[in-house]
Design a protein around this ligand. Structure first.
Ligand SMILES: Nc1nc2c(c(=O)[nH]1)N[C@H]1C(S)=C(S)[C@@H](COP(=O)(O)OP(=O)(O)OC[C@H]3O[C@@H](n4cnc5c(=O)[nH]c(N)nc54)[C@H](O)[C@@H]3O)O[C@H]1N2
Ligand SMILES: Nc1nc2c(c(=O)[nH]1)N[C@H]1C(S)=C(S)[C@@H](COP(=O)(O)OP(=O)(O)OC[C@H]3O[C@@H](n4cnc5c(=O)[nH]c(N)nc54)[C@H](O)[C@@H]3O)O[C@H]1N2
Ligand code: SF4
Ligand SMILES: [Mo]
Length: 807
C-alpha cells in the first residue's frame, strides 16, 4: 500500500476573501481529502477549512470541467462547440489577434481580468494576463470597478491610501465587549471572520447584527436590527450627532490623530493654509490667535490651548474648526429621522448609539453587503464613528470596513513581471467602465475582441443584455476558465485552465503571515494549461515571444526579491529553492500586535495634512461633501410598477459562480434556484409556496419556483447569487440587476474620486497599480428594483443550452 503525502493548495474558494491555503492529502496519485493547514507558531491555531474547502478536492474530477479547448461552431451564443487541439486554438486566436491589431490597432482588443474568484488571485493568474496586456497594448476596462468599492473610497478620503487600510486581521476582535456587524454576513461568507466572531463571543462580546435579511449572522447574533435597504447612513449619522451633541467624543485622540482642530474657511470650504502652503492652522485660545501646524502631521505649537470646536476670525475671514463643521452638518440627523428612514424605533437608535459610546472596547464590522450607490458615504460614516470614539487603531476596538481578512499585508516584487518594459512604457490602455460601455455600445465601436482571463462578466457585471449587445458584433471572444460559464457560452473559443491542484504557484495572500508554495497535488485531469504556459504560447503567436521566456521558478524568484521589509527581512532570504524545501515560510511579521490599520499612534497619513481627514475631506468641498452626509440610493428602475428591492447576495455553499457545478453544493443549495419571498407579502400578492414566478423589470426577467421564507423582509425579493443561467427555468437575475459602474450609476462624485486619485500621484491602470481599478466607482447591484407575478405562460427554457459536439 502506498503512503499518503501532502502539498499545499490555494483553495478554489479563495475569492471569498479568506485566502486559505489547504493541506491537500494525496495517495496513489489521487486527492484523498483536504485538511486544515497547520501554520508555524504563533499562527498555529488559525488555519481552518470550511465546507467548501472540504469539498474542493472533488472539483478536479468533476465531469463538468472543461476538458479541452472548445471552438464555437453554431451561432454565437448558440452554445454549440467542438473540441479542438491547443495548437489549433492558439494558432487561430493568435492569427485573429494579429489581424485585428493590424486593422484596428492593439487597443481594439479588450482584456477582462477580474481576479475576484480565482485562486490565488495574487498569482500567475493575474500576473501573466497583465504581462501580456502591458506588452500587447490591449484596452483594460477598469474591470473590478463596481466591486467592493465603498471601503476604498472611505479610506482614500481619510488617509490618502487604500490597500493597507482595508486589510485587517480578524483575530483582533477576540476580547472586545461589543461588535456591530453592520451590512455583511460573515457567519456564512467569511470563515476567518466567523471563527473569530465565535471566539469573541465566547470571550464575552455582545454581537448585534444590523442587516436586511435574517441571514446566518443574524441567527448567530445576540440581537438583530432589521434595517430598510440603503438606510444605514441615517443611523450612523444620528450616532455621530449624538456623540457631538453630548460632548462624548475622545478629544485627545481627535486632536492628536485627526484634523478635527484644523481651521476651515467658512466661505471657501478649504483648510486655512500658510502662505508657503506648507502649513495649516488651528486656533490657539491662550494667544487668541491662529497658530500654524506644519503639513504632514506637524506638532502643535508648544503651550497652545487648542479648541476642537468653535468659529473664529482669521485675517477678516470666518473660520470654523473641522469638527465644528461636522457637528453643524450632523445636527439634522436625529434619532427620529433615523427611525423613520431605517424602520427601527428612535429608542433603539439611541440605545445603539449609547452602547457604542459606553462600551470600553467595541468594533464595527462591516463588509460588502451595502451595494448601493450611497454606500461610499456610509463607509465613511463608519470610520467617523471609529475616529470620534478614538477606536481606530486602539487595541480591542476598531472598524472593519472591508472583508479583506489577511494578516500583515505582504507586498511582492511584481512590477518587473507585470510591466517588463517598466511602468512608463506600459502599453495597455485603461478606460473607466462607463466610458468603455458608451464606446462599446456605439455603432462604430472601437472594440473588436474580448479576452476574458478571469471572471465571468456576463453574469457578474449586469445588466446582461448590455453585455450581449456589446459582444454581439465583436470579431473574437475568448474565455479562459475551468468551467463553462455564462461568459464561456457566448465565446468563440473556450480555453481550459488547470485548477490550483494541478499547477505550481506562490500563495501570497498573507495566509496568516505565511508565504506558501503551491505544488501540484495531481497530474492534470484534463487537457488544460496553466497561465504561464498559455500566455507564453499566445505571445509567441503575436510576436511577443521574447517577453515570455521564463518559467515558473524564475518568476517566483523575481516575486520574492521584494524590498518590502516583512518579506525582505526573512532570514535566510526566501527563495524558490528554500520554499521547495520548506513549503511554507513565516513572514518577518511581529507575533504581537496583530495587524490592524491605524495601529501606530505616530503614523503620518499618506495625505497632505498627515492626519486622518474623515472629519472633513477638504477635497470634496466643491461637491458639498467635505462633511459626509446621507445620499439617496439610485433605485434604478424603481417606479410605480417596480416596487420591490431585488437582493441577490451571497450563498454559503457557492463561491460566486464557482461551486455551482458540483452536485453536492447544488443539492445543499436547494437543487435549483428559487425566488424567496416573505409569506405575508406573498399572501397579499396571491402567491403560494411552490408557484412558478416571474421576477421582472424593464431590463429582463427570471422565472423560478417560489419559496416562502420568513427571513426575507417584506418589500424584498431574494434570489441567491451564483447560479448559472442554464440552471434557471428561464432568464436570470443578471438580466434584472442593473449594470455595475455603468452610465446610470456614475456621476460627479465618482469622477471627482478618480481625478483626486490621479492627482495624488497614482497610476490609472489597474495592471500597474492594482488598487487603482477600485477608484472612481460605487457598488450598486442592490439599487435594482423589480416586480413579481405568478408565471402561467409556456416555459421556453433558456436557449443557450450548451451542447459539446461529440468528436
Ligand atoms: N447579482 C450579483 N452580482 C454580483 C455580485 C452579487 O452579489 N450579486 N457580487 C459582485 C462581487 S462582490 C464580485 S467580487 C463579483 C465576482 O465576479 P467574478 O470574479 O466574475 O465571479 P466569479 O464567479 O468568482 O468568477 C470567477 C471565474 O473564475 C473562474 N475560475 C475559478 N478558478 C479559476 C482558475 O483557476 N483559473 C481560471 N482561469 N479561472 C478560474 C470561475 O470558474 C469563474 O467563472 O461579482 C459581482 N456581481
Ligand atoms: N460563501 C460565499 N462567501 C463569499 C462569497 C460567495 O460568493 N460565497 N463572495 C465573497 C465576496 S467577493 C464578497 S464581496 C463578500 C460579500 O460578503 P457580504 O459583505 O457578507 O455581502 P452579502 O452576502 O452580499 O450581503 C450581506 C448582508 O448584507 C445585508 N444587507 C443588504 N442590504 C443591506 C442594507 O441596506 N443595510 C444593512 N445594514 N445590511 C444590508 C443582508 O442582510 C445580507 O445578508 O463575500 C465573500 N464571501
Ligand atoms: S473559507 Fe474560503 S478559502 Fe477557506 S476553505 Fe472555505 S472556501 Fe476555501
Ligand atoms: Mo466581491
Amino acid at each position: 500500500m502506498s503512503e499518503e503525502s501532502f502539498v499545499y493548495t490555494a483553495c478554489p474558494g479563495w475569492g471569498d476573501h479568506d485566502y486559505c491555503a489547504l493541506k491537500t492529502i494525496v495517495k496513489d496519485g489521487k486527492i484523498e481529502r483536504m485538511e486544515r493547514i497547520v501554520y508555524s507558531a504563533p499562527e498555529e491555531p488559525d488555519g481552518h477549512i470550511c465546507q467548501k474547502g472540504c469539498l474542493a478536492g472533488r472539483q478536479p474530477y468533476d465531469p463538468k470541467r472543461l476538458k479541452a479547448p472548445l471552438k464555437r461552431v453554431g451561432e454565437r451564443g448558440s452554445g454549440i462547440f467542438e473540441e479542438i487541439s491547443w495548437d489549433q486554438a492558439l494558432d487561430e486566436i493568435g492569427e485573429k489577434l494579429c489581424k485585428i491589431r493590424d486593422e484596428h490597432g492593439p487597443s481594439s482588443v479588450v482584456l477582462w481580468n477580474l481576479g475576484a474568484g480565482v485562486p490565488a488571485q495574487y498569482s500567475f493568474e493575474n500576473l501573466m494576463p497583465f504581462r501580456f496586456a502591458n506588452t500587447f497594448g490591449v484596452t483594460v476596462p477598469l474591470g473590478s470597478i463596481g466591486l467592493d468599492n465603498g471601503p476604498f473610497y472611505a479610506e482614500f478620503y481619510n488617509a490618502g491610501s487604500e490597500f493597507p487600510r482595508t486589510v485587517i486581521d480578524p483575530r483582533i476582535m477576540v476580547g472586545t465587549d461589543l461588535i456591530y456587524v453592520w451590512g455583511c454576513n460573515p457567519i456564512e461568507n467569511q470563515m476567518r471572520c466567523a471563527q473569530n466572531l465565535v471566539r469573541a463571543r465566547e470571550a464575552g462580546a455582545r454581537i448585534v447584527d444590523l442587516g436586511l435579511i435574517f441571514d446566518g449572522t443574524a441567527g448567530f447574533a445576540d440581537e438583530f436590527v432589521a434595517m430598510k435597504p440603503a438606510s444605514d447612513g441615517y443611523l450612523a449619522m444620528a450616532m455621530v450627532n449624538y456623540i457631538l451633541e453630548n460632548d462624548l467624543q475622545d478629544d485627545a485622540y481627535l486632536l492628536a490623530r485627526t484634523i478635527a482642530a484644523y481651521l476651515v474657511d467658512d466661505e471657501t470650504g478649504q483648510l486655512i493654509r500658510g502662505e508657503d502652503g506648507g502649513s495649516f492652522y488651528v486656533w490657539d485660545a491662550a494667544a487668541g490667535a491662529p497658530a500654524p501646524v506644519a503639513a504632514k502631521r506637524g506638532a502643535y505649537p508648544e503651550g497652545a490651548d487648542i479648541p476642537l470646536l468653535g468659529t473664529y476670525e482669521v485675517g477678516g475671514r470666518r473660520c470654523s474648526t473641522a469638527l465644528q463643521k461636522l457637528k453643524d452638518g450632523a445636527a439634522e440627523y436625529t434619532f427620529e429621522l433615523a427611525a423613520e428612514k431605517c424602520g427601527i424605533s428612535a429608542e433603539d437608535a439611541e440605545r445603539l448609539a449609547r452602547d457604542w459610546v459606553e462600551a470600553e472596547n467595541a468594533f464595527i464590522l462591516s463588509g460588502y453587503g451595502l451595494r448601493y450607490r450611497n454606500s461610499n458615504e456610509t463607509y465613511r460614516q463608519f470610520l467617523l464613528l471609529g475616529a470620534l470614539t478614538g477606536r481606530l487603531g486602539k487595541p480591542g476596538s476598531g472598524v472593519f470596513e472591508a472583508l479583506q481578512l489577511q494578516s500583515w499585508p505582504l507586498v511582492f516584487n511584481d512590477l518587473p513581471i507585470s510591466c517588463p518594459d517598466g511602468v512608463a512604457s506600459v502599453k495597455s490602455v485603461p478606460v473607466r467602465m462607463a466610458e468603455w460601455f458608451a464606446r462599446a455600445e456605439a455603432d462604430d465601436s472601437p472594440y473588436k475582441a474580448l479576452i476574458v482571463c478571469s471572471g465571468n462578466p456576463v453574469h457578474q457585471q449586469p445588466d446582461r443584455q448590455r453585455w450581449l449587445d456589446v459582444v454581439r458584433d465583436m470579431e473574437l471572444v475568448v474565455d479562459y476558465d475551468v468551467w463553462l460559464t455564462d461568459t464561456g457560452e457566448i465565446a468563440d473559443y473556450v480555453l481550459p485552465d488547470l485548477m490550483s491542484f494541478e499547477r505550481e504557484d506562490l500563495i501570497t495572500g498573507a495566509c496568516y503571515n505565511h508565504i506558501i508554495l503551491q505544488e501540484p497535488a495531481i497530474e492534470p485531469q484534463v487537457d488544460g494549461h496553466e497561465p504561464v504556459w498559455v500566455f507564453s504560447e499566445l505571445a509567441k503567436r503575436v510576436g511577443l515571444g521574447d517577453y515570455f521566456t521564463l518559467g515558473i521558478p524564475e518568476y517566483i524568484d523575481i516575486r520574492l526579491q521584494t524590498q518590502y521589509p516583512l518579506v525582505a527581512g526573512i532570514q535566510p532570504p526566501v527563495t524558490y529553492e528554500r520554499l521547495k524545501q520548506e513549503k511554507m515560510i513565516r513572514a518577518a511579521a511581529p507575533p504581537e500586535p496583530k495587524y490592524t490599520p491605524y495601529l501606530n499612534p505616530e503614523e503620518v497619513m499618506d495625505n497632505e495634512t498627515g492626519r486622518m481627514e474623515v472629519i472633513y475631506a477638504e477635497k470634496l468641498a466643491d461637491l458639498g461633501m467635505a462633511v459626509t452626509r446621507v445620499l439617496e440610493p439610485n433605485k434604478i428602475g424603481k417606479s410605480a410598477t417596480y416596487p420591490y428591492q431585488l437582493f441577490t447576495g451571497r450563498q454559503r455553499f457557492f463561491m460566486q459562480s464557482s461551486f455551482t457545478d458540483d452536485p453536492i453544493t447544488v443539492k445543499l443549495s436547494g437543487g435549483t434556484p428559487a425566488t424567496r419571498l416573505n409569506p405575508a407579502q406573498a399572501a397579499r400578492l396571491g402567491l403560494a409556496d411552490g408557484d412558478t414566478v416571474e421576477v421582472f423589470n424593464d431590463r429582463g426577467h427570471v422565472i423560478t419556483r417560489l419559496v416562502l421564507d420568513e427571513s426575507v423582509p417584506d418589500g424584498t425579493v431574494h434570489v441567491w447569487f451564483g447560479w448559472r443561467r442554464r440552471q434557471f427555468e428561464e432568464g436570470t437575475y443578471a438580466e434584472i440587476t442593473h449594470q455595475c459602474a455603468g452610465q446610470d450609476s456614475q456621476g460627479p462624485l465618482e469622477d471627482k474620486w478618480f481625478a483626486d486619485w490621479l492627482a495624488a500621484g497614482h497610476h490609472p491602470n489597474p495592471y500597474v497599480e492594482s488598487m487603482s481599478s477600485l477608484t472612481g466607482s460605487t457598488d450598486c447591484y442592490w439599487d435594482s428594483w423589480c416586480d413579481i407575478r405568478k408565471f402561467e405562460g409556456e416555459l421556453t427554457p433558456n436557449p443557450q443550452q450548451t451542447i459539446v459536439k461529440e468528436a
